[in-house]
Structure formats: C-alpha cells, structure tokens
Design a protein around this ligand. Structure first.
Ligand code: ADP
Length: 430
C-alpha cells in the first residue's frame, strides 16, 4: 500500500508526459504536411504559369503548332517574353494561377534572360531574393538558347497553420491543463488524507493513553479498598476514594474535550447568548485553578481594568475559553508558572482579554498552526504534558462564533500571551 501510491504518481506523470509528447509530434507532423502541400501548390503554380505564358506567346505569334515536338522545337528557338508581354500581363497570369492553387498571400516575381539580366521584375522583387525564390525555365528545354527563367518569391504563411490548427491546439492545451490540474488536486487530496489519517491515529493512541492512566489508577485504588488492612481504616478509605474521584474527574474532562471537538466537527455549536460579566467569570475560573497553580509554586494575578466588561455570550463556552487558555498557560510552563490575566477596553466597544504566561513559548511556525485541530507542538523535554491538540481549535471556533478575534504573541523560552477580543454588550456600551 505504501509503495503503490508513489508508483501511481510516477505512472500517471509518465502517461501525461507521453500524451503531451504524442500531441506535440502530431502538431509537428501536421506542420510538415502543410509545408509539403504549400510546396506542391507552388510547383503547380510555376508549371501552370509557364504553360499559360507559352500558350499566350504562341497565340501572339499566331503560330498554331499542334504537334508537341514541333511546338517544343519552336519554343526552344524562339521563346521570349520580351516584347510580347507587358509586366502587368505576366503579373496577372501568375496571380491567377497562384489563387487557383489556393495561395492567397502577396508575391513578387522576376524574369531573367540567359545573361541573367532582368527582363521583367515586380516592384518589390530584389536581386537578393533570387536564391530563396522558386523558379522555372519558361521555354521547354533547359539548354535552350532562349531560356528565360521565372523567379517567384512567396513568403510562407506561417500564420495559416496556426489559424487552421489553432482551435485544435487550444483544445488540446485546455484538456491537458485540466488533466494536469485534476491530477495535482488528486495527489494533494491523497497526501492530505494520508496526513489526516496519521493525525487521527496519533489522536487515538494519545486518547487511549490518556484514558488508560486514570483507569489503571482507579483499578489499583479499588484493589486497595478491598484489601483487608485498608477496609477497616477510615482514613485510607477516604484517600483511595478521593483518588478514584479525582481520576474520574480527569477522565470526564478528557471525554468532555473529545465531545466538544466532535460537536465542532458537526458544526453543532449552539450558543445560549446572555449578558455576561466577564470579570466575574474570569475570577471564578481563576479561583478554581489557583490551587493547582500554587501546588506548582506559581502565581496567578488578575489585572481586570476594563470598565466595560459585560458581553453578550454563552456562559459555558466563555468559561471554557478562559479555562482552556489558563490550563495551557499552566501546562506549558517550565517550572513555577506566573500567569497574568488582564482586561481592557479598546476602541469601538471591544473588550480585550490577555492571558500572559512565562512558559516555554512557541516559534513562529507553531504559532501559525496552534489553532488547527489536533495540532500539537513537540514540547521537547516536557514529556508529561498531555493533550489532544483540540483545546485551541475549540477556543478559536467559539471566539469566531461570538464575532471575536484571537491572537497569540510568543517568544521561545520566555512565554506567550493570548489575546481574545470580543465585542462588549451594546446595551451597556451605550
Ligand atoms: P493541547 O494542549 O491539548 O495539546 P491545544 O489546542 O490547547 O492542545 O494547544 C495546541 C498546542 O499549542 C499545544 O500542544 C502547545 O504546543 C501549544 N500551546 C498552547 N498554549 C501554549 C502556551 N501557553 N505556551 C506554549 N505553547 C502553547
């Protein structure tokens, strides 16, 4: 399966390249055919013009020789255009035969006598054109004394090929482009699918691990509870049952996170909008987390300076936003986390909530991806940091649903600041 994919890509690339080569060779062949056709039409024109000039010469001489060899003999010895034709007459004869043979472009001509002096020449014909002109001896026999040669210069009409085959070339270019684009899109989709399936299997591994740890702890605690020595010790029973309760709470939290993500996937965010005092909610969430932060010898300071701190929002989701951001600030810290929450009003009735930590920070690449679902940065030696990479994608979805914005500023090793900007409640803003 792993090898089939590159093989398909190589085969399709080769096939597309092959088809393009075949098309190019077809177009080349058509150009050659067109050139041959042109050459044949010119040869025919020269022969017919010579014939017509000879015929008219014979008529002008009032010589009626019907026997072919007599006529040839006569022409060999007497033929000349000089004195028998005007330049316009000759021009007319050549033009007629050219048009009859389907050649429409302008032409120039010249007739040279045996001494290679011009007898007739059209205005545009230049001596230098002679080597590149088509020519024919006007008398029958090349060795004839009176041999005059007609030189005809017709530029090959390259445009005619483009005009005649233009639509075919355009259609084949369009189809080839469609095939190449469709192929590129297919390959990209396949790569994305592959990446997604890797991310999903990572997530499942992660989730299994996250749920297994509390399950193992609960199982051990239950074993302990049934132990003869423990069963009569009220203190120990209390310790073990609170352990079970803690682990249970942790599992619940994990399951809730996964459910939140699943709901987001189905775009089932139902908001129960009401007027919320953000300061009150921030204080409540902070209070619940204070103990954990203090356990890590950290501090949490609230600097709630916004005067207009009432927003229209869903209280559960808003609490979750604050909880997730504070939880991350605590999780991604090196040692003692020092976290600061600040609120302030910015112009046009917005409330800005900043959550600043002194944690491990993030590089630019990580900052640009943290709001993607399942994205987790490699946290180096912070092996114990658990998570599914779902928290911030949830936060962003909820902030967006409240017509707000979320930004992150971060320096590796120094810390990060997340800023959530939400519109304040209009009633109060007024
Ligand atoms: P989780 O914490 O479950 O991995 P999140 O979506 O909450 O998922 O966060 C995504 C990633 O963003 C984290 O894995 C971490 O690498 C990075 N991150 C989030 N918050 C912070 C922070 N305050 N400091 C440093 N990195 C952070």
């Amino acid at each position: 399966m792993k090898k089939i994919f590159p093989l398909i890509v190589v085969l399709i690339t080769l096939s597309v390249a092959g088809i393009m080569l075949i098309q190019m060779s077809w177009i080349n062949k058509a150009l050659e055919l067109r050139r041959d056709e042109f050459q044949r039409a010119i040869d025919k024109t020269l022969n017919e013009s010579a014939q017509e000039i000879q015929d008219q010469f014979m008529t002008k001489q009032q010589t009626h020789l019907f026997n072919k060899s007599d006529r040839s003999y006569y022409l060999e010895n007497n033929f000349t255009t000089q004195g028998f034709f005007s330049r316009d007459e000759l021009h007319g004869i050549i033009e007629n035969t050219l048009r009859q043979n389907g050649i429409k472009q302008p032409f120039e001509f010249c007739i040279l006598n045996i001494f290679r002096n011009p007898v007739f020449s059209s205005d545009g014909f230049k001596q230098e054109d002679i080597p590149n002109s088509y020519n024919i001896g006007l008398a029958n026999d090349k060795s004839a004394m009176q041999q005059e040669v007609l030189y005809l210069s017709v530029p090959e009409d390259k445009g005619i090929i483009i005009r005649e085959m233009g639509w075919m070339i355009i259609v084949s270019i369009v189809f080839t482009t469609i095939i190449v684009l469709a192929f590129a899109v297919t390959v990209r989709t396949l790569f994305n699918q592959k990446k997604l399936s890797e991310i999903k299997s990572d997530f499942i591994n992660n989730m299994t691990h996250e749920l297994k740890t509390p399950l193992a702890t609960i199982s051990l605690a239950i074993d302990a509870l049934t132990n003869e020595k423990v069963i009569h010790d009220a203190d120990k029973i209390k310790i073990y049952s609170s352990m079970i309760k803690e682990e249970n709470k942790r599992m619940n939290k994990q399951v809730e996170k996964i459910l939140q993500a699943a709901r987001l996937e189905k775009e089932e965010i139902k908001l129960n909008i009401q007027k919320l005092d953000t300061h009150q909610i921030i204080s409540k969430v902070a209070e619940n987390m204070l103990l954990q932060i203090q356990e890590k010898n950290g501090t949490l300071s609230l600097n709630l300076t916004a005067t207009n701190h009432i927003i229209d929002a869903d209280d559960v989701h808003f609490s979750n936003i604050i909880f997730n951001l504070l939880d991350n600030a605590m999780k991604y810290s090196k040692e003692a986390p020092h976290i600061e929450v600040q609120t302030l009003n910015t112009g046009n009735g917005m409330l800005s909530i900043k959550i600043k930590d002194n944690g491990i920070g993030m590089d630019k690449e990580t900052q640009s991806r943290i709001f993607e679902k399942f994205y987790r940065a490699h946290t180096g030696n912070l092996h114990n940091v658990k998570g599914f990479g779902l928290g911030l994608s949830y936060v962003k979805a909820i902030v967006d649903a409240h017509s707000g914005k979320i930004k992150v500023e971060s320096v590796v090793g120094k810390g990060s600041t997340f800023t959530v900007i939400l519109p304040t409640s209009l009633a109060v803003a007024g």
